[in-house]
Design a binder for this molecule. Structure first.
Ligand code: GNR
Ligand code: NI
Length: 180
């Protein structure tokens, strides 16, 4: 297994539309394992392949309190939706930003393939439903900040761009402070 690097907004690669998986083979299963490891390491409740720069329609979730309920969705499709819900969302690709959206269906029915390539259907509500919709958006190149106003989105972009500029890369050569 390998922990992968998560792309961060406004990285243009997050706008790539992922392609359907043609066959659930060992390389897809390896991707699933890497996504799960990366999601658990980052303490997220979900992760889409797009976020690790792999543009295939694969996502994982675990919304359980004890982190023992990994779920895998290959080529997911929402086949029924009911109601709408307001929920606070965050995103590992938009670190430190949380906002409330009213963009999600309350209850969904999802059809997908599991990691063995076997089709299944699942009815979801609550955080799992919100999470699956958030992850499918990633596969379509969409981020939760796209549901916010342009003003808010621009503020978020500038904040993250500045944080990125100020971030010290791991392994950087230590330098003296310019004030000394
Ligand atoms: O960890 C995450 N938490 C979360 C909270 C509310 C709604 C959606 C999410 S998904 C997010 C992980 C992530 O960025 N997945 O793409
Ligand atoms: Ni996300």
């Amino acid at each position: 297994m390998a922990k992968l690097t998560i792309l961060e907004y406004p990285d243009p690669r997050l706008r790539t539309k992922a392609q359907p998986v043609e066959a659930v083979d060992d390389s897809v299963r390896r991707l699933v394992e890497d996504l799960l490891e990366t999601m658990y390491e980052a303490k997220g409740v979900g992760l889409a392949a797009t976020q690790v720069n792999v543009h295939q329609r694969v996502l994982v979730t675990d919304v359980s309190a004890d982190r023992t309920d990994p779920r895998v969705f290959v080529n997911p499709q929402i086949i029924e939706r009911e109601g709408s819900t307001e929920a606070e969302e965050g995103c590992l690709s938009v670190p430190g930003i949380f906002d409330t959206l009213r963009a999600r269906s309350e209850k969904i029915r999802v059809r997908a393939l599991d990691r063995a390539g076997v089709p299944f259907e699942l009815e979801a509500d609550g955080l799992l439903a919100v999470c699956i919709q958030h992850e499918i958006d990633h596969l379509d190149g969409k981020l939760f900040v796209d549901y916010l106003s342009e003003l808010k989105r621009n503020r978020i972009r500038k904040k993250l761009e500045k944080e990125r500029r100020d971030r010290v890369p791991v392994g950087a050569t230590p330098t003296r402070s310019p004030v000394l």
